[in-house]
Ligand binder design. Sequence first.
Ligand code: SF4
Ligand code: SF4
Length: 96
Amino acid sequence: MSYAERAFDDVLSTVEFHVGERAHITVDNSVCASCTSQVCVSACPADLFVPMADGGILFNYEHCFECGTCYLLCDKPGAITWTYPDGGHGVVFTKG
Ligand code: SF4
Ligand code: SF4
Protein backbone atom coordinates (compact mmCIF):
# COMPACT_ATOMS: atom_id res chain seq x y z
CA MET A 1 0.00 0.00 0.00
CA SER A 2 1.32 3.44 -0.81
CA TYR A 3 0.26 6.93 0.18
CA ALA A 4 0.26 10.06 -1.96
CA GLU A 5 2.80 12.65 -0.91
CA ARG A 6 1.27 15.66 0.85
CA ALA A 7 2.80 18.83 2.22
CA PHE A 8 2.75 18.99 6.02
CA ASP A 9 0.86 22.30 5.91
CA ASP A 10 -1.85 20.68 3.77
CA VAL A 11 -2.25 17.91 6.31
CA LEU A 12 -2.29 20.40 9.18
CA SER A 13 -5.07 22.37 7.51
CA THR A 14 -7.35 19.36 8.06
CA VAL A 15 -6.75 19.36 11.83
CA GLU A 16 -9.02 21.20 14.27
CA PHE A 17 -8.45 21.89 17.94
CA HIS A 18 -11.42 22.15 20.29
CA VAL A 19 -9.49 23.72 23.12
CA GLY A 20 -10.71 22.94 26.63
CA GLU A 21 -10.29 25.24 29.61
CA ARG A 22 -8.33 22.65 31.57
CA ALA A 23 -4.73 22.06 30.51
CA HIS A 24 -4.60 18.30 29.83
CA ILE A 25 -0.79 18.38 29.97
CA THR A 26 1.24 20.39 32.44
CA VAL A 27 5.01 20.75 32.73
CA ASP A 28 6.81 21.31 36.04
CA ASN A 29 9.64 23.73 35.35
CA SER A 30 11.30 23.02 38.68
CA VAL A 31 11.98 19.51 37.34
CA CYS A 32 12.89 20.63 33.81
CA ALA A 33 15.52 23.03 35.12
CA SER A 34 17.86 20.09 35.82
CA CYS A 35 17.15 18.29 32.54
CA THR A 36 20.13 18.07 30.20
CA SER A 37 18.47 16.32 27.25
CA GLN A 38 15.31 18.44 26.82
CA VAL A 39 14.26 15.71 24.41
CA CYS A 40 10.69 17.03 24.42
CA VAL A 41 11.77 20.11 22.47
CA SER A 42 12.75 18.20 19.32
CA ALA A 43 10.36 15.27 19.78
CA CYS A 44 7.04 17.07 20.00
CA PRO A 45 5.58 17.10 16.47
CA ALA A 46 3.60 20.24 17.31
CA ASP A 47 6.61 22.21 18.63
CA LEU A 48 4.86 22.93 21.91
CA PHE A 49 7.94 22.78 24.18
CA VAL A 50 10.04 25.94 23.98
CA PRO A 51 13.35 26.13 25.89
CA MET A 52 13.78 29.25 28.01
CA ALA A 53 16.96 31.10 28.91
CA ASP A 54 16.60 30.10 32.58
CA GLY A 55 16.67 26.38 31.70
CA GLY A 56 12.95 25.90 32.03
CA ILE A 57 10.37 25.06 29.40
CA LEU A 58 7.52 27.19 28.08
CA PHE A 59 4.65 24.86 27.23
CA ASN A 60 1.23 25.45 25.68
CA TYR A 61 -1.29 22.64 25.49
CA GLU A 62 -3.73 24.21 23.04
CA HIS A 63 -2.44 22.67 19.78
CA CYS A 64 -1.45 19.27 21.12
CA PHE A 65 -1.94 16.23 18.84
CA GLU A 66 -2.33 13.94 21.90
CA CYS A 67 0.32 11.60 20.48
CA GLY A 68 1.94 10.90 23.87
CA THR A 69 5.50 11.21 22.56
CA CYS A 70 6.57 13.70 25.23
CA TYR A 71 5.26 11.50 28.04
CA LEU A 72 6.99 8.41 26.66
CA LEU A 73 10.36 10.07 26.11
CA CYS A 74 10.69 12.27 29.19
CA ASP A 75 12.64 10.35 31.84
CA LYS A 76 12.28 12.87 34.68
CA PRO A 77 9.55 11.71 37.07
CA GLY A 78 7.01 14.44 37.71
CA ALA A 79 8.11 16.70 34.87
CA ILE A 80 5.06 16.02 32.72
CA THR A 81 1.54 15.38 33.95
CA TRP A 82 -0.32 13.88 31.02
CA THR A 83 -4.04 13.24 30.61
CA TYR A 84 -6.45 13.31 27.70
CA PRO A 85 -8.55 16.45 27.30
CA ASP A 86 -12.03 16.51 28.81
CA GLY A 87 -14.81 15.04 26.68
CA GLY A 88 -15.63 17.00 23.54
CA HIS A 89 -12.28 18.78 23.57
CA GLY A 90 -8.88 18.24 22.03
CA VAL A 91 -7.60 17.49 18.56
CA VAL A 92 -9.94 16.51 15.75
CA PHE A 93 -8.44 14.87 12.68
CA THR A 94 -10.81 15.57 9.81
CA LYS A 95 -10.74 13.64 6.56
CA GLY A 96 -9.15 16.42 4.56
S1 SF4 B 1 9.59 17.81 29.96
FE1 SF4 B 1 11.04 16.16 30.43
S2 SF4 B 1 12.40 16.05 28.63
FE2 SF4 B 1 11.33 18.04 28.56
S3 SF4 B 1 12.75 19.47 29.59
FE3 SF4 B 1 11.27 18.72 31.13
S4 SF4 B 1 12.32 16.99 32.11
FE4 SF4 B 1 13.37 17.37 30.16
S1 SF4 C 1 1.28 14.66 23.31
FE1 SF4 C 1 2.46 14.90 21.38
S2 SF4 C 1 1.75 16.81 20.45
FE2 SF4 C 1 1.06 16.81 22.60
S3 SF4 C 1 2.65 17.92 23.71
FE3 SF4 C 1 3.18 15.71 23.83
S4 SF4 C 1 4.55 15.33 22.06
FE4 SF4 C 1 3.53 17.31 21.72
